[in-house]
Design a protein around this ligand. Sequence first.
Ligand code: ADP
Length: 297
Amino acid sequence: KGPDPDVEFIRAKLSNVKHKILVLSGKGGVGKSTFSSQLSLSLARSDASEVGLLDIDICGPSVPKMMGLEGEEVHQSNNGWSPVYVQDNLGVMSIGFMLPNPDDAVVWRGPRKNALIKQFLRDVDWGELDYLIVDSPPGTSDEHISLAQYLSLSDVDGAIIVTTPQEVSIIDVKKEINFCKKVGIRVIGVVENMSYLAMPLTEMRIQDPSDPGRDLTDKFSEFLRSENLENCVACAQVFPPTKGGAEKMAQDMQVPFLGKIPLDTKVAMAAENGESILEKGPGAAYNAYKEIVTVVA
Ligand code: ADP
């Protein structure tokens, strides 16, 4: 069997993209798509780079919503599919744009998913790109194998793996790291998302534990005012890292650790509304993203 012309074509086409970064996670629901979206927004914002975000989480495409592009459609041009643009230097491609109804389930077998990924890699007209961020499905499935097949892995910068501090998520991250090692993808680093809860004290609802119906929020607000604590944030370990969390795991697996992003209403709101956390003003999540983007860029 000779070389697959599509593979040759894709590799040649994407060789013009300066940086290609895969975003992976062992499990769903750990914030991988949120991270991919925020990373893309941050890169496009921080140094006016040309950024493309490719969502190949085919069964659960959440990127259109997270980028504020719900209801948008992909158009065909002479040069292929045009991405949907958030702003001049940030284009997005997702199967979410192609579903007539966003609530429709995508129930596809491997070959069909594989064909779509190939089409995405081959036919999207990104123009000049500094960064191509690929939001991949959780785990190590058909889609990852397709990606590994089509992308010239030596030409990919590598993968960022997102996890929560919980052991259930971290176990699967180890598998993800081993997958990367096996297929020759460099691990750029591990990000621990939802590391702790960062919540403005003024947004906390305070209850009496022995009488849950008794709301002490007003009393607490009064206390905050009297002590000048209104701008402070409460940090709480929601998912205790029983075995040292992602940082320890990264150390053990000898891959870089990129940082801890808190569970933060600002992140949740940014993801709901297609905004960048960097527009939401300083805070723990803002600082974490700033630091991670500096390392990645
Ligand atoms: P995944 O892509 O891993 O399945 P998502 O990115 O869809 O996960 O995130 C799952 C949910 O968690 C989303 O509703 C998102 O808004 C929320 N979320 C993710 N990260 C954070 C965070 N750091 N703070 C608050 N909410 C978050």
